[in-house]
Every structure is written in C-alpha cells, then in structure tokens.
Design a protein around this ligand. Structure first.
Ligand code: ATP
Ligand code: MG
Length: 471
C-alpha cells in the first residue's frame, strides 16, 4: 500500500482496517472578529461602488438620510414635494431632458425588471439554456433599452451559442415575453440583441408626406420607420427594386418617390421616364411624366424608351468622361429616374422574345452603367424569383413589402434577411394594417429595418399632376 503522510489524511471512525483512507480538507479556524471585519469591508466596498456607478441614486439616498436625521417626517414630506414639483417643471419646460433623464431610464429599468422576472423560465423552455457539467447555464441578461413600442435587450451568449440559434427560437421568445414579434440583432461577438416589438407602431396608415421644399436625392422622404424616425430612400448613385405581392403597396412607394422629387422636376434637375405596362399605376399621373420626362405603356414603346435612355446615358458618359467620376444633377445633365411598374410584364410574361431581349438588354445596361451618369432604375415587381427577373442582382437597393412565401424574403433582401427579422411573409394582407409596410436593409447595418410608406392616394397624385395637366 502507498504510504501517505500529512495532516489531510484521516481515518474517520471506521472499524474496517482495509478501508481506503478518507480525505478531509484541512480546517483553519478563523477568529470571529476577522470574519466580521472582512464582511464589513466587503459591504463598504459595495456601497462605494454603487455610489460611484449610480451617483444620482447615491445623492438621493444621502439627501433622504440627512433630511430624515435633521428634520424627521415633515422634512421628508417637504423633500418629496420639492422633488415632485421639480419633475413636473422639467417635464413642462424641457420635455426632451425629462425623457432622457427621468422617463427613459425609468422605463428601461421597469422593462429590465420584467425580463429579469421571466428570464430563466422563458429561456429554459425555449431551450436556450443548455446543461453543462450537470448545471443549467442561462445566457446573461444585460441592459434593456425600451422605446414606446420596442425593447432592445442585450444578451451575453453562453459559450458555443450563436445568433442563428437564438433566431430559430425567436417565436418562442416573443410569446414568452408577451411581445408580438422578436427579431434577433447581432451585437458584439458572443452577444445578441433581441428586439421585442410590444406594439405595432406602423399599424395605422400614414397620409402622404408634404412635398419637401428641396429634393435630396440621397434621402427622399417616403414614410416612417418603426422607431419613429423618417424612412428615406436614396436614389442618387444606386438602383432600387421594390418587391411585393399584389396589393402590397408598391404604388405608394413609387408615388412617394415621385412626390419627393417634384421640386427638382420643376427646377429641371430631375426627369422621369415612366414605364407602365399594366396601365393602372403610373398612367394616373401621366401628365407629370409627360411634362417632366416620358411615358410609355405599350411594351414596344417601353423598349424604345429604355433604348433611348441607354443612348442618352452613353452619350452623356462620353461627354463627362475624364471630367467627373460622379454625376451632379444640373439643368444640362439632369438626374433621370426610370420608373418601371410590374417589370415582370416586360420580362417573364412577355411572349415576344425579341422585344423581351431588347428590354432586358436595355435595363441591364442602365443598371450596370447608369449610376455614375445620373441614371437610376426603380423597378416594381410581384414575384422576385430569378426566372422572373434575371437581373435582380443588378439592383443594389431593395425594398421588400408583403411577400407570399418566406423563401422570397432572402431572394429580395439577401441571404439570412428573414433570420435577421425581415418577416415579409407575415405582413398583414389587410390593406389598412399591412399595405405599404416593408423591410429594407440600410447601407450601414446588416439588420433589416421595418418601415411603412406613406399612402399617396389618388387625390394626392391628382394634386401633383394638376399643374402639369393645366400647362
Ligand atoms: N402606404 C399605404 N398605406 C395604406 N394603404 C395603402 C398604402 N399603399 C397602398 N395602400 C392600399 O392598398 C391598395 C393596394 O395598393 P397598391 O395598388 O399600391 O398595391 P400594389 O402593390 O401596386 O398592387 P398590384 O401589384 O396589384 O398593383 C391601395 O388601393 C390602397 O388602398
Ligand atoms: Mg401596382
């Protein structure tokens, strides 16, 4: 038998002489005053840390304590009155400060408590709390930033978990936290940021936006984002594809853009070429395109219009070659927006093969070469499959309205867009709540944002076109 020495070896009362030795940790007897001292130091350190991290709470607690000691209950009542009056005055005089300093942090804290209460249960039942070495490991709840309609919750992942794993459980998380939608945003490595939508901020239709005084082709106002900020569309230096099932509201996007470009059209800085093969959309404000550009509805006329635009674009490119790399709209060289409604009528549904090839060739040339020369193609279509529009990838910017199938979302917005929360197939088919609602990817962020286009109704289009019709 191996000879073992040391204090740790102990043979506990065991009558069996062949029993293996029992190991016991050494016991150091700490004097009680030392234990109390350590506890006291620890508590004091925690108080100091709290005061440093929460200076406001520390000051308030100190003030309450001093008032209580000096003036008792009447003093506390007076203090509460002063604080209340100060808050009311701040709310009335500086509402932005009140929101930033008082109501915002209070709401964040309140929502944090809500998530804290349900966190373990929801994540365990959603199977996002794995077992490791016999222990359940739960992702760590971080801060919560709550706005009027959404909560952004930062979460530290358990090692080995991925945002995709969270995205697969998004529905369970949404229901668990009584939200009606949950989108998983990726934050830093090892962290995710579920965005839980408590209330649909875009449920009500929005009337057409006022015509801006000046047109900014880099940010044309078209509606509102879910977070309440303006939804602006860039046309300068890009091409735009708008995809949406029938009745999804493609018309309001097209007319919203035309509306925002109206001042520049009147100033001779923008021309529009309207291609309306369905005869039902752009024909309504035809006077506008007749006055500030061209209109075509017949496929042969559209082919002619597009080829003409290609010829002009190439002539302009030759003229500007070597002088400038980027186009700035001027009366001599205006920005040209080529609007094509229901592009599938001209491609997949076109029986005349020669005509179809001419149209596709012209569109491909405009989308590949037009950007620097100030030509922009804005196309709307119902079915985003490659068989319908083979040049889909030549459109750098895309807007996805209501779509019929989940697979179509990634076709429009790129791989992984649906996993990142672009639930276009779940947008309501009821025009009141769903028409004009869309997802789009912004340049700076990979996560799609939910937006709603303002509704440009027939009267608005009539008002826009009336001065042109009278001219
Ligand atoms: N932004 C919006 N807000 C509220 N309602 C809208 C909006 N846009 C459109 N609608 C409503 O939805 C209906 C369909 O819109 P629209 O004609 O633009 O759809 P579409 O996508 O062009 O459909 P189609 O492919 O059949 O032409 C409109 O008649 C209108 O009542
Ligand atoms: Mg339409």
């Amino acid at each position: 038998m191996r000879h073992v020495t040391g204090e740790q070896l102990a043979r506990v009362d065991n009558p069996d002489p062949f029993a293996s030795p029992a190991w016991r940790s050494p016991v150091c007897r700490t004097p009680e005053p030392v234990i109390w001292l350590v506890r006291l130091i620890r508590r004091a350190a925690r108080v100091v840390l709290f005061a440093v991290r929460h200076p406001l709470a520390g000051t308030v607690a100190g003030l309450v304590a001093v008032t209580w000691l000096r003036a008792g209950r009447p003093g506390l009542a007076g203090l509460a009155g002063v604080a209340l009056t100060a808050l009311v005055l701040l709310r009335l005089i500086r509402p932005a400060w009140f929101a930033r300093l008082v109501s915002g942090p209070a709401r964040n804290r309140w929502r944090w408590w809500f998530y804290r209460r349900h966190w373990h249960a929801v994540l365990t039942i959603a199977r996002l709390a794995p077992a490791y070495r016999g222990r359940v490991v739960v992702p760590v709840l971080g801060t919560v930033r709550a706005s009027g309609c959404t909560d952004r919750v930062s979460v530290r992942l358990v090692s080995g978990q991925s945002p995709a794993g969270f995205a697969a459980r998004a529905e369970g998380i949404a229901h668990g936290f009584r939200a009606y939608l949950c989108r998983i945003r990726s934050a830093a490595p090892g962290a995710v940021m579920p965005e839980l939508v408590r209330r649909d901020a875009l449920a009500d239709p929005m009337p057409a936006l006022p015509i801006p005084a000046v047109t900014d082709l880099r940010a044309l106002p078209a509606g509102r984002r879910e977070d309440g900020t303006p939804f602006a569309i860039r046309l300068r230096g890009t091409h735009l594809l708008i995809a949406g099932a029938t009745g999804a509201g493609k018309g309001s996007c097209l007319w919203g853009l035309a509306r925002a470009m109206l001042p520049a059209m009147a100033g001779g800085l923008v021309r529009i070429c309207a291609c309306d093969p369905k005869l039902m959309e752009l024909a309504f404000g035809r006077a506008l395109s007749d006055q500030y550009g061209r209109y075509a509805a017949d496929p042969a006329d559209i082919a002619g219009l597009l080829e003409n635009a290609v010829g002009e674009m190439q002539a302009r490119a030759r003229r500007l070659a070597g002088k400038q790399r980027d186009h700035t709209p001027s009366p001599e060289h205006p920005f040209v927006a080529v609007l094509v409604d229901e592009i599938a009528f001209l491609t997949a549904c076109q029986n005349d093969r020669k005509l179809k090839d001419r149209i596709l060739a012209a569109l491909a040339t405009l989308t590949t070469q037009g950007r620097a020369a100030g030509y922009c193609v804005i196309a709307a279509l119902q079915d985003p499959r490659k068989e319908v529009l083979s040049i889909r990838n030549l459109f750098p910017d895309k807007i996805a309205l209501r779509l019929d199938e989940p697979a179509q979302v990634d076709m429009v917005l790129g791989d992984g867009a649906r996993d990142r929360g672009a639930f276009c197939d779940e947008i309501s088919a009821d025009p009141r709540t769903g028409a004009g609602v869309a997802y789009m990817r912004l340049e700076a962020a990979p996560d799609p944002v939910r937006v709603r286009a303002a509704f440009v109704c027939d009267d608005d289009i009539g008002d826009m076109a009336a001065p042109c019709a009278a001219a």
